[in-house]
Design a protein. Structure first.
Length: 429
């Protein structure tokens, strides 16, 4: 089975020469080289290296992890879609547009995990036919590319929102739609080789979902993985790191008094949030991409293929795949549920489910639980709500940490709306 994430097994572990596949085909829980062909394809048959019981337990554990990730990712990303949709009129709609697309690509990916769980339980034997192989494998790679692109776009938008928060004009919905369309088109283009070469073929008497490249040409498989590593991992990582460093440098250069404990605390929270985003991305993707790059070096004859590579692929690579898959479940937590306005929206949904008669349609916040910083306006007959609005003039000396904390929804008293005379802080008392 060819996958987006490398290979769980070296790809030609067949017991006899008649069952060996071409050197530009790939099977297993990924797609790696088929260069040396020795040993059985299945983990269960590799005597003295991988015991059958351990291999069976590993496959069952991985399949269960896929199903668990599918359930968690399905609930989390559906909540994100609902919450982002309810936030579309906020001033940070550009970020919400990227969040919406990130949740959409993560949602379509987690729907493919049950197929991979069945494939893993059956020891990489694909039972769903050639058409489903092409669809599921293409969607898997598409998510890998699109997710990295939208994470990068969110990082750039975050820096833009903080560094240029006081500019009179901010990117509107049309600009966000154009950027998202461009990112989707780029992701589809990067996924085209997978859609073209994905197929289900009978190898060694079993039906496998794999990538089969033309024979006799260049080392297609190695170039395919190099392209995937560069586009879906290296570029997003560089973008995330660069934007995070630029944002921190911007905050440090603001002309404010560092003795202010509140602003220093906000800077610390922004720093921790940026470090958390970067760390989660690296922890989820680096192990898988490093092992995939090891396979590329073997394919290019840069390093030898030995027993150590097999053991790593057989026992450590499945863990790296689960880590990579978990990124689609952690994205909702990192980018939505840790934000105050989204937590408030989630509380509102729960309140509406418990007390549907207490809330009128369209009311964005539960009136029985007043929360600072909402944008609600009191209706006639609601004396328990009052709106307090103060116009703050635009100042070039304003603290950029305030805007960063607004994005991350730290302890800020009020939301920010853009007016002709400056930001309008609205609070509910």
């Amino acid at each position: 089975m060819a996958r987006a994430f490398g290979a769980v097994l070296p790809l030609n572990w067949f017991g006899d020469a008649s069952s060996r596949q071409p050197s530009n085909s790939s099977v297993g829980n990924g797609s790696e080289s088929t260069r040396p062909t020795w040993g059985p394809r299945s983990l269960d048959g590799l005597e003295g290296v991988a015991e059958a019981g351990a291999a069976l337990a590993l496959r069952a554990l991985i399949a269960g992890a896929y199903l668990a990730l599918c359930a968690v990712g399905l609930v989390g990303n559906l909540l994100v879609l609902v919450l982002v949709r309810s936030q579309q009129r906020r001033w940070h709609s550009l970020l919400n547009c990227f969040l919406l697309n990130l949740a959409a690509t993560d949602l379509q990916f987690v729907l493919t995990l049950p197929f991979w769980a069945v494939d893993m339980v059956r020891d990489l034997s694909w039972p769903f036919g050639g058409a489903m192989c092409k669809v599921v494998l293409t969607l898997t790679v598409l998510n890998m590319c699109a997710s990295g692109f939208f994470l990068s776009a969110m990082s750039v938008a975050r820096y833009y929102a903080v560094a240029r928060a006081l500019r009179p004009r901010r990117p509107g919905t049309l600009w966000a739609v154009c950027v998202c369309s461009l990112l989707w088109a780029t992701a589809v283009l990067a996924t085209a080789p997978t859609a073209l070469f994905a197929t289900a073929a009978s190898i060694g008497g079993e039906r496998l979902c794999l990538l089969r490249f033309p024979d006799g040409g260049p080392d297609w498989l190695a170039f395919y993985h190099l392209q995937k590593i560069t586009v879906a991992f290296v570029l997003p990582l560089v973008t995330l790191g660069t934007c995070s460093l630029l944002l921190l440098r911007f905050l440090r250069r603001q002309r404010v008094r560092w003795s202010s404990g509140v602003r220093h605390q906000r800077r610390s929270r922004v720093t921790r949030a940026l470090a958390c985003v970067l760390l989660v991305f690296v922890l989820c993707w680096l192990p898988n991409q490093a092992l995939t790059f090891w396979g590329v070096l073997i394919q290019l004859n840069a390093v030898p293929w030995d027993c150590a590579y097999f053991l790593v692929q057989a026992y450590l690579f499945p863990v790296s795949i689960c880590l990579a898959h978990s990124n689609s479940c952690l994205n909702p937590l990192l980018y939505c549920l840790l934000r105050r306005d989204f937590r408030q929206g989630l509380q509102e949904l729960c309140s509406r489910a418990k007390h549907p008669a207490d809330l009128r349609p369209g009311c964005p916040i539960d009136s029985r639980a007043p929360v600072r910083g909402s944008l609600i306006r009191p209706e006639p007959g609601e004396p328990h709500l009052s709106v307090r609005a103060t116009r703050r003039p635009v100042s070039t000396k304003s603290d950029g940490a305030d805007y960063a904390s607004w994005y991350w929804n730290d302890d800020v008293k009020g939301q920010c709306l853009t007016g002709e005379a400056g930001p309008l802080a609205v609070g509910i008392t």
